[in-house]
Design a protein around this ligand. Structure first.
Ligand code: ADP
Ligand code: GLC
Length: 488
């Protein structure tokens, strides 16, 4: 099959969170199975250029209609980890993708709406006819809309569109002006069964457009698929999802075991696996050295997270403080987009300054993330909602025991050591329900207690997590089934 992904992120060149990992991991697995795969991305100024091989300008004269003008774009091509990527580079006066960050600009909706139109213009002008276009989240919700409303008529007649929802917390609800700008007719599209936002019918909801117009819609875990149709987790899109339930399903994400594997990881001090678990101790010592933590017989409790309301910010802070009070060491690697959240965590860091058992790193740091997974004993994920969550799956591969709230993909992947109905060999972490300090403590205290009192069982729990197969093999098969059904 010939599959074109259109996405705002692809690891490692453009990654803000799990979306980047998803696009990279699924693309690599499909390539390994002999399919033709390419990814279209914006050419951000913040791309990690060192990770792109053979970057070259392939198209110099792509003119993209935008509002009352035509914007001149170059399209560059390069390989990222063996994946052919196309980078759309508009020479717009607004410098759409030269903003020093992937997201967080006041005109995000306009920037990504333009990107959708440019991606389709590129496909049509270069004579491409992929079997499948796979797009992701609100940023590319207009791709299926533009395809069926406009680009089919311009010759892009072959592709079918799969649309994956990674996060209903961001839907791209914006002013209808954006439709004019990409050449769509608001009078036709701003209806309850098309793009008008359920809560504010005068605003356009770009994610809803993707859901309505795509041939098939997926989300990133079975549990989240249910939650967003059934509860407030749908954030206003419950009814839309239910009315399209016939073309909607939840597919649990995978992780790329070439990137996330302690036996192969180039970023860590000592490689290890289930058969060589003692190797993990050297990574813990190395992590302590790097972060200035003292050597002590203490479990290391870690957080690696975007610092966003979704992640349970109060409970993250509470969990780390509680861990310290229970005689653990605490490490956080977190990046906040919201200045108020950043400030709150800087205060928290300040309060813990000088504590030889605590290190808080407020940054985005890919290498340190690998080293934390390799060195930590327990990882804390008290999310308010979690569509899938890759962090717990990565952590388990590195022998870190997850303590998670039972929501979304966390509920589908972490099974409580004491209370799960699974056989012991399939239990791999600690789970709590209530989004309260007491809820979190009920799970974290059991994890810490096991580390101190029954290290042999703690080791078994680590091994259970390391043995689970969360590779892309199974999810890629599910996606190929879905693609084939769409083509049939
Ligand atoms: P989300 O996509 O909601 O952020 P996921 O658990 O699906 O959550 O994926 C998070 C990904 O981003 C993981 O690969 C994790 O290691 C990485 N990550 C999160 N925060 C940071 C950070 N501050 N520095 C480096 N990597 C991070
Ligand atoms: C989103 C979700 C996360 C998911 C990731 C990849 O960022 O917040 O739960 O794992 O997308 O699908």
């Amino acid at each position: 099959m010939y599959i074109t992904m259109v996405s705002a992120e692809c690891a490692p060149v453009a990654k803000a969170g799990g979306l980047g990992d998803f696009v990279h991991g699924l693309a690599r697995e499909l390539l390994a199975r002999g399919h033709e795969v390419e990814v279209i991305l914006p050419k951000y100024d913040v791309l990690r250029y060192g990770q792109i091989e053979g970057l070259r300008k392939e198209v110099r004269d792509l003119w993209v209609p935008f509002h009352a003008e035509w914007l001149h774009c170059d399209v560059e091509c390069g390989e990222v980890d063996g994946i052919r990527c196309w980078f759309v580079d508009p020479h717009s006066p607004q410098s759409f993708f030269a903003r020093g960050a992937i997201y967080g600009e006041p005109d995000d909706a306009v920037r990504f709406a333009f990107f959708c139109r440019a991606a389709l213009e590129f496909l049509v002008k270069s004579g491409r006819q992929p079997d499948l276009i796979h797009c992701h989240d609100w940023q590319t919700g207009l791709v299926p809309v533009l395809l069926w409303e406009m680009y089919q008529g311009l010759g892009l007649t072959h592709p079918r569109v799969c649309y994956t929802l990674h996060n209903l917390g961001y839907q791209g609800v914006t002013d209808i002006g954006v439709l004019h700008q990409v050449g769509l007719d608001p009078r036709r599209l701003m209806t309850p069964d098309r793009l008008s936002d359920p809560a504010n019918p005068r605003a356009v909801n770009l994610m809803k457009g993707g859901i309505v117009y795509a041939n098939f819609v997926t989300t990133v875990s079975p549990r989240y698929a249910w939650e967003i149709q059934d509860s407030a987790q749908g954030m206003g899109l419950q009814a839309v999802l239910r009315s399209h339930a016939g073309k909607f399903s939840g597919v649990l994400n995978g992780i790329d075991y070439a990137t996330w594997n302690p036996a192969l990881d180039r970023h860590i001090a000592q490689s290890y696996g289930p058969e060589s678990l003692p190797g993990k101790a050297r990574n813990k010592a190395e992590l302590r050295r790097r972060l200035g933590l003292r050597e002590a017989a203490k479990p290391l409790v870690a957080v690696v997270s975007r610092l966003d309301g979704q992640k349970g910010l109060d409970l993250l802070r509470h969990g780390l403080s509680y861990a310290l009070a229970q005689g653990c060491q605490a490490v956080l690697l977190g990046s906040a987009q919201d200045p108020a959240v950043d400030a709150a965590f800087r205060r928290f860091k300040h309060e813990n300054e000088g504590n030889p058992d605590c290190h808080l790193e407020l940054a985005y740091d890919e290498e340190l993330a690998h080293q934390i997974y390799a060195g930590a004993d327990i990882i804390l994920i008290p999310s308010v909602y979690e569509p899938c969550g890759l962090t717990q799956m990565i952590a388990m591969k590195y022998g870190v025991v997850p303590v998670v709230r039972r929501v979304g993909g966390l509920a589908d992947t972490v099974f409580d050591a004491n209370f799960s109905d699974k056989p012991f060999g399939e239990r791999n972490g600690y789970v709590f329900d209530h989004l309260t300090p007491e809820g979190l403590e009920s799970a974290l205290s059991r994890a810490v207690g096991l580390w101190f009192q029954h290290p042999e069982y703690f080791r078994e729990l680590r091994l259970n997590g390391m043995r689970v197969d969360y590779s892309w093999a199974r999810p890629a098969e599910r996606y190929l089934d879905i693609y084939q059904r769409m083509r049939a």
